[in-house]
Structures are given as structure tokens and as C-alpha cells.
Design a protein around this ligand. Structure first.
Ligand code: ADP
Ligand code: MG
Ligand code: ZN
Length: 179
């Protein structure tokens, strides 16, 4: 098989994990060897499972650095990576190396942080990907399609876990309301 990179991005609650799991399940149905990775810092629901907000899940391998994905994912046909924004800057190179070896790499992650800035390695991944799927959530302030993750509590840290109470998806207008 020819390798490729697919990026699934959008704000929190937009269904990135859902879409990642849907693609990986179909690959499993096709009897392809599938391996899923997530950053070990992301233990919100479960230390090893990748879990979507509707509580669908699939077992994953938590890794500290993106280079571990290259070591562990090189012998499989499909590699899924969730919460990719939390990985180091080597992630695009890792995905590129896997795709060059013939692996189908599917990456899900936030395209923007809480301040609306491009998030970590995702922009570079979008540049080198063959396929990009940008999805929206529902704006919690007005009901329009939401492209951004609005932080409800005051903190300037880029990474702040415990998402449900700390963030809500918002459209561009409502994101900029009290700024
Ligand atoms: P992500 O990985 O992008 O954070 P998930 O795949 O984990 O998203 O969850 C998507 C699910 O979250 C939706 O199918 C829906 O059931 C639920 N959900 C809760 N709040 C919202 C919202 N404001 N907009 C869209 N979906 C929401
Ligand atoms: Mg998710
Ligand atoms: Zn809105």
C-alpha cells in the first residue's frame, strides 16, 4: 500500500476523536494492522484508551515522545495519533517517515489553542498531509458552527487539562465577544 498522511482537526468537541475511531475501525474491518498512539500526558478518561466525548473507545499506546511512534508504528499498516497537538516538533518528521515507508497515518488534533493561535506541530502536519478534514463543533454561545476553543477560566498556560469545565467551543464572533 502507498503511505499517506491524513489530518483531522477542529476545536474541542468537534468530533475529531470520533472521526479518528471511525476510520480506524474501518481499517480493522479491512483486516489491516492498526496501532493507535496518544501523548502520555493525556490521561483524562483512561491511561491507555482513546476515548471520545460520546465514550466510544479503542485501546492505544501512550508515548512520551513522537520518536517512540516511529519505533513502535513502523511495522503496522495504519497508525492513528490522537491529541497530536501535545506532541513535540518532531511529529511531522515522524509521520513523514512512516508515510514514506507505506504506512497510512491518521492524525487528530486541535488546529488552534485557546488564544486562536496555530497549535504545536499541527500546522506543519497540515502542510505535508495529503488529506485534511477540518470539522466544527456547535457554538455554546449561539448555536452556529464553532471553529474555536474558548477558555472559560482565567489562565495563560497553553496546556490546561480538565477540558469540560475549562473550555467550550465557540464560533468566531462569540470567541471574540469579551476580548
Ligand atoms: P473531539 O475529539 O473533537 O474533542 P469527540 O469526538 O471526543 O470530540 O466528541 C464529539 C462529541 O461531543 C459529539 O458527537 C457530541 O456528542 C459531543 N458534544 C458535546 N458538546 C458538543 C458541542 N458543543 N458541539 C458538538 N458536539 C458536542
Ligand atoms: Mg478528542
Ligand atoms: Zn457563536
Amino acid at each position: 500500500q502507498q503511505g499517506s498522511i491524513e489530518v483531522i482537526c477542529g476545536p474541542m468537541f468537534s468530533g475529531k476523536t470520533e472521526e479518528l475511531l471511525r476510520r480506524l475501525r474501518r481499517a480493522q474491518i479491512a483486516k489491516l494492522k492498526v496501532e493507535i498512539f496518544k501523548p502520555s500526558t493525556d490521561t483524562r478518561y483512561d491511561p491507555t484508551a482513546v476515548v471520545s466525548h460520546d465514550l466510544n473507545s479503542i485501546q492505544s499506546t501512550p508515548v512520551e515522545t513522537s520518536s517512540s511512534i516511529l519505533l513502535l508504528g513502523g511495522h503496522t499498516q495504519v497508525v492513528g495519533i490522537d491529541e497530536a497537538q501535545f506532541f513535540d516538533d518532531e511529529l511531522p518528521n515522524v509521520c513523514e517517515a512512516l508515510a514514506n515507508k507505506g504506512v497510512r497515518v491518521i492524525v487528530a488534533g486541535l488546529d488552534m489553542d485557546f488564544s486562536g493561535k496555530p497549535f504545536g506541530p499541527i500546522p506543519k502536519l497540515m502542510a505535508i498531509a495529503e488529506f485534511i478534514t477540518k470539522i466544527t463543533a456547535v457554538c455554546m454561545a449561539c448555536g452556529a458552527p464553532a471553529s474555536r476553543s474558548y477558555r472559560l477560566i482565567k489562565s495563560s498556560e497553553t496546556v490546561l487539562l480538565g477540558e469540560k469545565e475549562s473550555y467550550e467551543p465557540r464560533c468566531r464572533i462569540c470567541f471574540n465577544l469579551d476580548k
